[in-house]
Design a protein around this ligand. Structure first.
Ligand SMILES: Nc1ncnc2c1ncn2[C@@H]1O[C@H](COP(=O)(O)OP(=O)(O)OP(=O)(O)O)[C@@H](O)[C@H]1O
Ligand SMILES: [Mg+2]
Length: 370
């Protein structure tokens, strides 16, 4: 099967300082050799600390910025070689949802106009059919069609994110990049939006790249996870595998930071020592070596390659064979904090059948002002 999206060896450096004559004198090495693929209908999560390059990778694969090196293929075609017309067609198939829906929605346009705009831009339907399509999409994201007459400021954060999702869906994309889509939302609203994304994926066969700094959030939405540190993927695996047998010391530290509800649960928190290094001047060799408890001279001298086992679990670590088993890191009961437990419960309900017990899924949220 050909992957929907394939990224290979992406590199992006941003000028960070310039000389008097405008020549760049220092660079932020935001993305340094990132490769991954996404199949149709699947969710790949990109996870890592702030500044590790997640949003830059997202912008690169949408061709909103150009890579310094690397290749991107979408449906088998070289994205970097597309002309203006083909790029427009690609833009229809790949959409982006941001963390802050308010900033991405034009405050002077009604919801109807916001959803009509991409339909008109891509000339998708005759004007007479667009209104019906707008109503259909609004229902799909759990909003009443009558909200089309209202403006973004009249909605709550969660409802605005529904509108942003509706706008992305209007052009019938195959891939949606969700860049921290729930980070700005209250925990109870998060589960609604994650449920909505999950249900839309089942219904429409969408592929997602789900960007988050929070491993706990991606656990129930991602099929595979890629963990990034300072512009590089350090580990990638199927979600279950990553959560039950994390290999890279960085992944283990991220996992150990997820709070657990039971204080006596057999697990120790790994506290990373040292400052998060800057992408302006990343460490030599393995970029994690300054914070790694297992560092050797080899780690400081040579960057490890991302090497996959037969099951598609890939790790970039020289010490991977010498590390202790992961049992101490992963919570044995799979438990998270109470708030996240609620999120998990909401997910199981939405995938098993109709929502119960106050869990809101698609269509269940009241329209604004109701
Ligand atoms: N246009 C730009 N010019 C200069 N530096 C940039 C630019 N965009 C991003 N960077 C830098 O590149 C690095 C990666 O940024 P990016 O926004 O991709 O990180 P991120 O993982 O999305 O972080 P966050 O979780 O905070 O959103 C950061 O050091 C950032 O300061
Ligand atoms: Mg970001």
């Amino acid at each position: 099967m050909t992957a929907l999206l394939e990224a290979e060896g992406l590199v992006k450096h941003f000028p960070a300082a310039r000389s008097l004559f405008g020549r760049p004198t220092a660079f932020v090495r935001a993305v340094e050799g990132v490769s991954f693929s996404v199949n149709a209908g699947e969710t790949l999560a990109l996870v890592g600390e702030s500044g590790c390059g997640k949003s830059t990778v997202s912008r690169l694969v949408l061709r909103l910025i150009e890579p310094d090196q690397g290749r991107i293929r979408f449906e088998g075609r070289d994205l970097l070689a597309l002309g203006a017309t083909e790029l427009r067609a690609f833009r229809r198939k790949a959409q982006l949802i941001f963390q802050d829906p308010y900033a991405s929605l034009n405050p002077r346009m009604t919801v109807g106009q916001i959803l009509n705009e991409p339909l008109a831009l891509h000339d998708l339907l005759p004007p007479s059919a667009r209104r019906e399509r707008v109503e259909q999409i609004l229902r799909m994201v759990g909003l009443e069609p009558r909200v089309a007459r209202r403006y973004p400021h009249e909605f709550s954060g969660g409802q605005r994110q529904r509108i942003a999702i509706a706008r992305a869906l209007a052009v019938e994309p195959k891939l949606i990049i969700c860049d921290e889509p729930v980070s700005a939302l209250d925990v109870s609203i998060r589960s609604q939006i994650l449920n909505l994304l999950h249900e839309l994926q089942q219904r429409l066969g969408l592929a997602y790249i789900f960007v988050s700094h929070d491993l706990a959030v991606v656990k129930h939405i991602a099929d595979r996870v890629a963990v990034m540190n300072l512009g590089q993927i350090v580990e990638t695996a199927a979600t279950d595998t990553l959560f039950t047998s994390p290999r890279h010391p960085y992944t283990r530290a991220l996992l150990s930071a997820i709070p657990v509800p039971k204080p006596r649960a057999k697990r120790s928190r790994i506290v990373l020592q040292g400052e998060l290094p800057s992408a302006l001047n990343p460490p030599s060799g393995c970029r994690f070596h300054t914070r790694c408890a297992y560092v050797t001279d080899h780690c400081q001298a040579e960057a490890p390659a991302l090497i996959a086992d037969g099951a598609g679990h890939a790790t970039a670590c020289h010490r991977v064979a010498d590390l202790p088993p992961a049992d101490a890191v992963v919570p044995h009961d799979g438990g998270f904090s109470p708030a996240l437990e609620k999120l998990v419960a909401a997910f199981s309900l939405s995938t098993e059948g109709p929502a119960r017990g106050g869990v809101d899924i698609v269509g269940a949220s009241p329209p604004p002002g109701a």
